[in-house]
Design a protein around this ligand. Structure first.
Ligand code: FE
Length: 347
């Protein structure tokens, strides 16, 4: 038996695991913050007999933990919820490249880490989420907010609500815009959004939607699944919010709506490498892909998965035009975007 060196915290987490070394295990570090995912993990264990030990933390917490643990890290699979974070994890050498026919067949090329010469990718997207615009149907006209560019137009002064600019969801959106518009126009656009803000950025995406419904903001930016969650909520107050707001998938007439991913990778120092690949392949399976759509209101990354989610169907069932630039480019641009945000005072 091989001896591993674990930190004290890790030893406690994995104590059960060491006690029965014969058992097949998989250690996952996950930044997915969605309670409905329990079914995803239990589905894998049921199908394979492989027991999952999971550490939940946010993206930044996982990355710093992996760095601190180094080669002694027990992590086999890393799940992160944003392209810019996945790109950074790869850039910092935290993942190992994977070659899998199952993944190659299921996951579109633009939703993976940049392929190496040998055809491997360092990470894979398993679900997608659109970054959409919601607006106050009473005060704002749809045609004034149906492109991202218009969010920075002076005609929308005092109306915009958006979470912190350096949140990964925004860094990725802005990184995509940078790819489409180039540096000078993107920086001017970011400055325009700062000038248009109804308030200093605070809260998460759901808070922005609710602030539109309450009349504090005229326009907000959100990931699609937060709106879908409200649409499917049985609470009267959530239904009232949905009633009040209009929804736009921006840039349908040009380069398409920005789509981000949640994805996964095999950890650089994985001890259960084969199980880790098996888990990523499981995430690409129809069963797991349906879970992303119906459990967390995301769109499946794999091709040809059927949607039965009424909220996703109400939003067009995924038939909107989405941008086609490789998501790995978006991640790479996030460094430049952060510098622009600092210059224009986008908090
Ligand atoms: Fe989220």
């Amino acid at each position: 038996m091989r001896m591993h060196h674990f930190s004290l915290a890790t030893a406690i987490v994995l104590a059960g695991n060491i006690a029965c070394a014969q058992e097949q295990v998989l250690n996952i570090y996950s930044a997915r913050h969605y309670p409905s995912d329990e079914a995803l993990y239990s589905g894998f264990t049921k199908a394979t007999g492989i027991k999952i030990n999971r550490v939940d933390a946010d993206d930044a917490g996982i990355v710093s933990r992996l760095k601190a643990e180094g080669a002694a890290s027990p992590a086999d699979v890393i799940l992160l919820v944003d392209a810019a974070r996945l790109w950074r994890g790869e850039a910092e050498g935290l993942f190992q490249p994977v070659k899998s026919k199952v993944l190659d067949d299921a996951i579109p090329a633009q939703l993976r880490g940049k392929p190496a010469a040998d055809g491997t990718s360092a990470w894979y997207g398993f679900s997608t989420r659109a970054r959409i615009v919601v607006y106050d149907k009473i005060k704002v006209k749809k045609e004034d907010v149906d492109t991202y560019e218009e969010l920075g137009d002076p005609k929308n002064k005092g109306k915009l609500c958006i979470r912190s600019g350096s949140h990964p969801y925004n860094l990725s959106l802005f990184g995509a815009v940078l790819e489409h518009l180039g540096e000078p126009k993107t920086e001017a656009w970011l400055k325009g959004m700062v000038d248009n803000m109804a308030r200093t950025p605070k809260g998460g995406d759901t808070d922005q939607i609710k602030a539109v419904a309450s009349g504090e903001c005229g326009i907000a930016v959100t990931n699609s699944y937060y709106l879908a969650r409200l649409m499917r909520s049985p609470k009267a107050e959530d239904q009232a919010v949905v009633e009040r707001v209009g929804v736009v998938f921006p840039n349908q007439g040009t380069w398409g709506t920005h789509v981000n991913i949640a994805g996964g990778a095999v950890a650089r120092h994985a001890k259960n490498q084969a199980n880790a690949v098996k888990f990523l392949e499981y995430l690409a399976s129809p069963q797991a892909q349906e879970h992303f759509a119906n459990g967390n209101n995301e769109w499946p990354a794999a091709k040809g998965v059927k949607l039965s989610n009424p909220a996703l169907q109400a939003m067009g069932g995924g038939s909107f035009k989405s941008e086609t630039i490789p998501i790995s480019v978006v991640g790479m641009n996030s460094v430049k975007v952060q510098q622009m945000l600092d210059r224009v005072g986008f908090r």
